[in-house]
Design a protein around this ligand. Sequence first.
Ligand code: F6R
Length: 241
Amino acid sequence: MEIIEVKNYDELSTVTADLIEKQIKMKEDSVLGLATGSSPVGTYKELIKRNLDFSKVRTINLDEYRGLAPDNKQSYIYFMRDNLFNHVNIKDENINIPNGLAEEGFEECLRYDKCIEDLGGIDLQLLGLGLNGHIGFNEPNTEFVKGTHVVTLSQSTIDANSRFFENYEEIPREAITMGIKSIMDAGHIVLIVNGAKKASILKDALCGPITPNVQASILQLHNNVTIVADKEALSELKKTF
Ligand code: F6R
């Protein structure tokens, strides 16, 4: 595991964009596993600025809310188009994200797992870290769920997501998320973490026991993980050395 300490969010974004740029230049048809949320917004901005060739790049997103249509501004497909896809030359057919409107959740999960398999796996998986240690929407649990599954969002996640919604009632309670095995099968995992509020959970994830109660702790078992984190996020972890 490599830990890159950055001084602020701008540096986190440029360093992470460097890693993604390197991946795309090394393999033009790379499969990028992508995340939404606040953490990667700067990285996507930076990638757009660099005018990279996405014409052969394939993407697979971690998750999508259930019940939100693609034109809903809070849906993750809307987020991805707005923050990245509409600004680079990626082909529409190379974009993959769970269908939040699928009525049969189980069928949609099977379709998504098949989609990951058909892509040949993920070359680089970008991850943010939930305040409760979730990666994707793999919430604290008694097990690590391997494949794509429907998840009931935890109270901590609903509260964290409330900042994006006008009314509390509008926040989806369910999502479809890629499972832990698909994430762990990625060739390279890049976890980006910023801010003091994530310091304690980052320490638990990287130095605590490997437990499904802190889903990100499984990353300790991956042999090619890069953590890009600012000083504030690393502050608790540093106390342990
Ligand atoms: C988003 C996702 C989540 C977020 C995490 C951190 O697709 O899968 O795991 O990465 O909740 O969110 P932010 O970056 O908003 O703090």
